[in-house]
Design a protein around this ligand. Structure first.
Ligand code: GRG
Length: 309
């Protein structure tokens, strides 16, 4: 969840209250996620999946998906199964990322990591279970008002964003780069465009697809989301240096310990902040044609650079 003191510092406009919007949307997403996955036999795996899925988190990805669908003329109902799916996918990537074979972390979202509570075997399976269920949800729960070819496009788009052409590819290059001091900006951009930005892009683009956005609109949404995706990671790198474990809900300062090349290590903190701000401005420029309908996506872009966790 977003800390209340942080929300008060977020940009508010006379007509758009970001704090209230985020609070309402986070609640909607939490309720839908909770309902989507009851505990049945074998209980242990459902409990493990729910432990990480319902552990809080900002819910940026599902909120982006819902906001885009609405901006393009769709409804929350049309996008909710996909919104839940992207949060499940994000959660599974965090569970696997935290495993001893990868980042080996003990805390996530202010709680012990999944493998610390359930063991590595169940944590791996919880990630697998969430990933599979995400696709089942999109395919079976998207309402009939969305044409089936659009549902198919969403499934394909999510698959591409997650596999070797997306998150998995980014994670592989990240693991290979650990401890190397000669990582180029090109490699760093590759890692984060795949590891972080690809899923954020899929959230936004899938929201557009579900609302039957035109090719031109999808291109605009793609540029918006690629810009906020990179900005998101730059801020993530900055927070790893500047925020406390309490704020982050996970171990702080890990990049330095793991000798990872990051944006602040290449550019310094201030320059990194400026670059993130520029990316957000470019992202918001893509939304100009949508007028006041773009307020939530614009505010979310600003939230991404002003957040403190
Ligand atoms: C997707 C098949 C598949 C496998 C996963 C482990 C892995 C492959 C990829 C790692 C992806 C990863 C952990 C990227 C980091 C993304 C990131 C910046 C996470 C933090 O997101 P927030 O701040 O977290 O939105 P909350 O907890 O608020 O949701």
């Amino acid at each position: 969840m977003v800390a209340a003191d942080n929300l008060q510092k977020m940009p508010q406009t006379a007509t758009f209250n970001l704090a209230a919007y985020l609070k309402e949307r986070q609640k909607l997403c939490d309720t839908a996620l909770d309902k989507s996955m009851p505990v049945i036999y074998p209980e242990k795996i459902y409990e493990s999946m729910r432990y990480s899925l319902l552990a809080g988190g900002k819910r940026v990805r599902p909120i982006l998906c819902l906001a885009t669908c609405e901006m393009m003329g769709g409804t929350i109902e049309m996008a909710m199964p996909t919104a839940c799916a992207v949060e499940m996918i994000h959660t599974m990537s965090l569970i696997h990322d935290d495993l001893p074979a990868m980042d080996n972390d003990d805390y996530r979202r202010g709680m012990l990591t999944n493998h610390k509570v359930y063991g590595e075997d169940i944590a791996i399976l919880a990630g697998d279970g969430l990933l599979a269920f995400a696709f089942e949800l999109v395919a079976t729960k998207t309402p009939e008002s969305v044409p089936r070819d659009k549902v198919l496009q969403v499934v394909a788009r999510l698959g591409r964003a997650l596999g070797a052409a997306g998150l998995v590819g980014g994670q592989v290059v990240d693991l290979e780069s650990e401890g190397k001091s000669d990582i180029s900006l090109e490699t760093l951009n590759f890692i984060h465009n795949h590891k972080t930005a690809a899923l954020l892009e899929a959230c936004v683009v899938c929201g557009g697809i579900l609302a039957e956005a035109s090719t031109d609109d999808i291109q605009r949404l793609t540029r918006y989301s690629q810009n906020i995706g990179l900005a998101f990671q730059i801020i993530d790198d900055i927070l790893d240096v500047t925020a406390t474990q309490e704020q982050l809900g996970k171990t702080a300062g890990k990049d330095l310990i793991a000798k990872k090349v990051t944006y602040p290590s290449l550019w310094g903190i201030e320059e990194s902040r400026i670059k993130a701000q520029q990316l957000v401005e470019s992202a918001c420029a893509e939304l100009e044609p949508y007028g006041h309908l773009a307020q939530p996506l614009q505010a979310l872009a600003h939230f991404i650079v002003n957040r403190n966790n």
